[in-house]
Design a protein around this ligand. Structure first.
Ligand code: NAP
Length: 195
């Protein structure tokens, strides 16, 4: 299969790419990737699909939003997060439908903060929950057997180590299996997560 991974150079994206490229052709995309795309720019998403052409699956392992308590979040933080992690991933589905072959899939990324909010996760909890709601509803109206799912990663071990939070969390190589399942198994409108 031919699989487009957006955010392929990231912590999760590189593990997804390593896993899926064992059996499939992976096309790697990100702002500085071999295929260039900026999730927050609709024209750049259209241009990416035009350049890449037909695929069997699109997997997004990108999407950003600011941490911080409600009082500290600015208009710009909300505008950026909504345009990037939420609208960027919605546009991957809106613009990507015609490029995904019959019975293919699009997999989006939410995150554990959808289910486990804290005082600093106001924006990310909102974005992650919206991504999951979008995946559940959008999956209902797609033609040609197309599927949409979301993956809600837990804290990734490599991220915890990088941030100096100890060595808890789940290895990215394990998280990658959620994306493999969401992309390749006959499921749609699901949010894949541990536990
Ligand atoms: N890591 C965790 O513990 C964890 C837990 C729960 C949820 N998540 C979610 O999982 C996703 C990936 O996390 P991660 O830790 O793997 O991130 P990461 O290591 O920071 O990697 C982000 C990837 O996305 C690309 N990217 C960044 N901005 C982009 C944009 N505007 N357009 C296109 N590509 C862009 C980056 O490459 P370029 O710089 O080349 O663009 C990179 O490939 C995020 O949505 C995050 O919220 C992560």
């Amino acid at each position: 299969m031919r699989i487009l991974v957006i955010g392929a150079s990231g912590t999760i994206g590189s593990a997804v790419t390593d896993l899926l490229s064992q059996d499939h052709e992976v096309v790697a995309a990100s702002r500085k990737g071999e295929v260039s795309v900026d999730l927050s720019n609709a024209a750049s998403i259209l241009s990416m699909y035009d350049k890449v052409g037909k695929v069997d699956s699109v997997i997004s392992t990108a999407g950003s939003g600011a941490f911080g308590p409600l009082d500290a979040l600015s208009d710009e933080d909300f505008t950026f997060g909504l345009g990037n992690k939420l609208m960027g991933q919605i546009n991957l589905v809106r613009f990507g439908r015609d490029y995904v072959r019959d019975n293919g899939s699009i997999v989006l990324t939410s995150g554990i903060l959808a289910d486990h909010p804290n005082t600093n996760s106001v924006l990310l909890t909102t974005l992650n929950s919206a991504v999951e709601g979008f995946a559940r509803a959008a999956a209902l109206g797609l033609p040609r057997g197309l599927r949409v799912n979301a993956v809600s990663p837990p804290l990734v071990r490599e991220t915890a180590i990088k941030m100096g939070w100890g060595n808890g969390g789940v290895p990215a190589s394990e998280v990658a299996k959620l994306y493999q399942m969401a992309a390749l198994e006959p499921v749609s409108g699901q949010v894949a997560k541990f536990g």
